[in-house]
Every structure is written in structure tokens, then in C-alpha cells.
Design a protein around this ligand. Structure first.
Ligand code: MEV
Length: 444
């Protein structure tokens, strides 16, 4: 079916739902019921969610879980995670517990620089453009003062602006490439506002620069936007312990475990097919905390994967080694996060998540998020190189399968006990539930 509508955004919420359900669903009443089922009872709270985006007709829930026992630089954290994948929070909690007894996670913020660019076209003398840039640079900073004043008072602001010649890639293409310190804000609005002001000043001042020919004055701004590639907004997370201490009742010695674990990491370092899945496991942890704390997971994803390709080939974000009998597993990852602005002061669960983390600064949140990623990667590699991933994964997935079969609470209890000692698969659960129902019908 292909149906278009004009003026949809102008309709009221109930008109939108009416149109949608009548147009696309044979049972429009049922569709309406499902949409309404996810509305919040509290009208004010619902209105808050309605106003986050355009055309809101319902809410989309994700489970909000917590992983306790994360020892980070000597301090214990309970980490909030918003995610639908059954095994992620359990894996995070397991890894946290494993490292709790082995010194915990060590983290360090290496840098906090964010980048934005004004992309423009100029067809003239490169030397004259450079001269113009040198002259106009103080004016660029001056005109941005109304935007930067508050940030500067808190110790942040614009840290540099350069003119970059990109004409080797595209004829006439140049950039104003600017670096920013945005402190506890993710900084997207701040950076974009500064960039748009730079663009205005740059274009306006070019009109009065006497060294330019008339044609050269015609600078065309293509766009002004922050970059989500933040290789200099970097955090390091690490765990380490004596190799013999890696032994953890998995029928495998510490030495053997370390060797297999390092092999698995080495494979992800050289093999992009594996690296993507390996890094996806890291992002399971990262995205869940990023989402729970109201940050932009798309920006984080884009920046992290670009960073994973920085050597020209997509590779593992994490690394591992044994040196002098000590196993070390670490990761450096770019994370432009905020703990003020955006959703952080608006969404009640985000506010709660940040409270749970003791109102972290952006730097503290970078460290917590990186730890969640490293822990997730450790848990995945530990399973993959010992028991295999499916054992734990399917155990956690059992509840989803039981829900698909609409199991009652009593059935769930019986079958969870049964599958403690049996292999979980969709078929096995289906057979077991059938048997149980036949037996209980027989008893009736
Ligand atoms: C599944 O969501 C993540 C894993 O595939 C990660 C990995 O293979 O390392 C288990």
C-alpha cells in the first residue's frame, strides 16, 4: 500500500493515530490499543515525551537495567544500562564481579578535544586566502563571543581555528577547522552555533578584504557542522592481573585462558569480519550506558567505528598482552559525552541514571562508559574462548522464548529449573512446554 498525506504534522495526536491505524491496519482498534498501552498515565510526563520529537504517537520502551560491582579506580559503581539484548547486563555484571576480585578497572581520560568545520569553496589565490584568514581570525573569535562567553567563564571555549586546504581532494574546497573544549556538555549546539557564526563573519569580512579580487570575494559556504569523529576526545580503560589469577573454575588454566584470549583479540586486530563483531560486543556495553545517560548513541557509534579504521583497515578497539606474567587487557576509545544539556536534565530516567552514577562530570562518564565497553568485550571473549557464546546467551534468551509461547508464571518457573541442566533452543523449549501442558491437562 502506498498512501501519502499532506499536513500530517499539523494534525492532533489522536487525529494522527486515527489516520495511521485506519490506513495501515485491518484491525485499527487493536492497533490503537497497542499504541495507547504504552502511553504514560501521567499526562505531564507523556507530554514531555510527546514533545521530544515530532509526530509522537506512543512511547517505545527498552528495559532499563543495572550492573553492580564495577570497581573503577578504587571506587565501586552500579552502572545503568538501557538495552534489549538479553545477555548484555548479565555479561556486564559477570565481568564486573570477575574484576572486582582482581583489582578492578583502571581508567584515564587522555584528551577532550572536539572538532567542528566550516566547509567552503573558494576559487582564487591560496596565498591571498591564507592572508585573509590570518587577518580575520581575531574577528571570528570576537564575533563568537556572545556564544562562547559562558563556556569560557567555566574554562572551555574555542581552542583553535585553522584554515585547511582540501583542494587536492575537491577543486576549490577549503575548511575552517576548529577545535573546542566543551567541558561537561556534549557541545553539539555550542559548536554548531560557533561554526555558523564563523561562516557569517568569514563571508561578510571577505567582502571588505582589499587583497581579494571581486571573484575571490565570492566565498561560498557549503555547510557548518561539528564532526562526530573525535580521535582527540579519548579515554583509556584497562584491567590487569597475574596470569595465574585468571583461573576461574572454567576447567582451563590461567595460562591457557590468557593465550586463547589474546589469540582472539589478535584475530580481531587483523581480520575485519571478526573485528566488526568484536567491536559490536564492545558497543553492547557502550551504547547501553550512553542511552541510559541520555547521550547520542549514533554519534558515539559513528565516531568509534571511524576510529577503529584509523590505520586504513577496520580493526579491534581492544588489545591484550601478557608481559612478565601479567595479563593486561585494554582499550582506548573516543567518547564525546555530556552530563549537562540535551536530555540529561529532561528525561526522568536519564536524571535517575546520572544520580545513580553520583552526578558524574563528562570526563567521569567517559571512564564509566569505556569500562562498560571493555567489560562487555571481556565477557564475550571469555565465553567465546571457553564455553562458547550460546550456553550463556540461550540461558538468558530462555525468558524471551517462554514469552513467545505465552508461558504462565508457573510454567516459567518449572522450565527455568528444567533448562538449568538442559540445552536451550527454540525447539527444545517448545517441546518442553507442550509436554508440560499435556501433563497438566491430563491432571485436570
Ligand atoms: C553479541 O551481541 C556480541 C558478540 O557477538 C560479541 C563478540 O562476538 O565478541 C558475542
Amino acid at each position: 500500500m502506498s498512501v501519502s498525506i499532506s499536513g500530517f504534522s499539523k494534525l492532533s495526536k489522536s487525529e494522527k493515530m486515527d489516520w495511521l491505524t485506519k490506513t495501515y491496519f485491518s484491525n485499527s482498534k487493536k492497533a490503537l490499543r497497542v499504541l495507547r498501552q504504552y502511553w504514560n498515565q501521567d499526562d505531564k510526563l507523556q507530554q514531555l515525551h510527546d514533545e521530544f520529537i515530532e509526530n509522537t504517537i506512543s512511547n517505545f520502551y527498552l528495559p532499563f537495567g543495572v550492573a553492580p560491582n564495577f570497581l573503577i579506580n578504587g571506587k565501586i559503581h552500579t552502572i545503568p544500562m538501557a538495552i534489549e539484548e538479553s545477555s548484555v547486563v548479565a555479561a556486564a555484571s559477570n565481568a564486573a564481579k570477575f574484576w572486582l576480585k582482581r583489582g578492578g578497572f583502571k581508567t584515564q581520560v587522555l584528551s577532550t578535544t572536539k572538532i567542528g568545520q566550516v566547509h567552503f569553496m573558494y576559487h582564487g589565490s591560496r596565498k591571498t586566502l591564507q592572508k585573509f584568514f590570518d587577518v580575520v581570525k581575531p574577528q571570528l573569535l570576537q564575533d563568537a563571543k556572545p556564544i562562547t562567553k559562558n563556556m569560557e567563564q567555566r574554562g572551555g571555549g574555542i581552542t583553535s581555528i585553522e584554515l585547511r586546504d582540501k583542494t587536492a581532494d575537491i577543486a576549490g574546497y577549503y575548511q575552517l577547522h576548529a577545535a573546542f573544549e566543551t567541558l561537561d556538555a556534549m557541545g553539539a549546539n555550542f559548536i554548531n552555533s560557533c561554526l555558523e557564526q564563523f561562516a557569517k563573519t568569514f563571508q561578510k569580512e571577505a567582502q571588505h578584504f582589499s587583497d581579494f579580487s571581486e571573484a575571490e570575494k565570492n566565498i561560498q559556504i557549503v555547510m557548518s557542522i561539528l564532526s562526530n569523529y573525535v580521535p582527540d576526545c579519548l579515554v583509556r580503560a584497562e584491567v590487569s592481573c597475574k596470569v595465574e589469577d585468571l583461573n576461574d573454575n572454567k576447567n582451563i588454566s590461567g595460562e591457557e585462558f590468557a593465550a586463547k584470549f589474546i589469540q582472539a583479540v589478535n584475530i580481531a586486530e587483523v581480520e575485519p569480519y571478526r573485528a566488526v563483531t568484536h567491536n559490536k560486543g564492545i558497543m553492547n556495553g557502550i551504547d547501553a550506558v550512553v542511552l541510559a545517560t541520555g547521550n547520542d548513541f549514533r554519534a558515539i557509534e559513528a565516531g568509534v567505528h571511524a576510529f577503529a579504521s584509523k590505520e586504513g583497515r577496520y580493526s579491534s578497539l581492544s588489545h591484550a598482552k601478557v608481559e612478565d606474567g601479567v595479563f593486561t587487557f585494554w582499550m582506548e576509545i573516543p567518547l564525546a559525552l555530556g552530563t549537562v544539556g540535551g536530555l540529561t536534565g529532561l528525561h526522568p530516567l536519564v536524571k535517575l541514571a546520572l544520580k545513580l552514577l553520583q552526578q558524574p562530570t563528562a570526563k567521569e562518564l567517559m571512564q564509566i562508559v569505556a569500562v562498560a565497553g571493555l567489560a562487555q568485550n571481556f565477557a564475550a571473549l571469555r565465553s567465546l574462548t571457553t564455553t562458547g557464546i550460546q550456553e550463556g546467551h540461550m540461558k538468558m534468551h530462555l525468558m524471551n522464548i517462554l514469552n513467545q509461547f505465552e508461558a504462565t508464571n508457573e510454567e516459567k518457573q518449572l522450565l527455568t529449573a528444567h533448562f538449568k541442566t538442559h540445552t536451550v533452543s527454540h525447539n527444545a523449549v517448545g517441546d518442553a512446554i507442550k509436554k508440560l501442558r499435556v501433563m497438566s491437562n491430563g491432571n485436570d
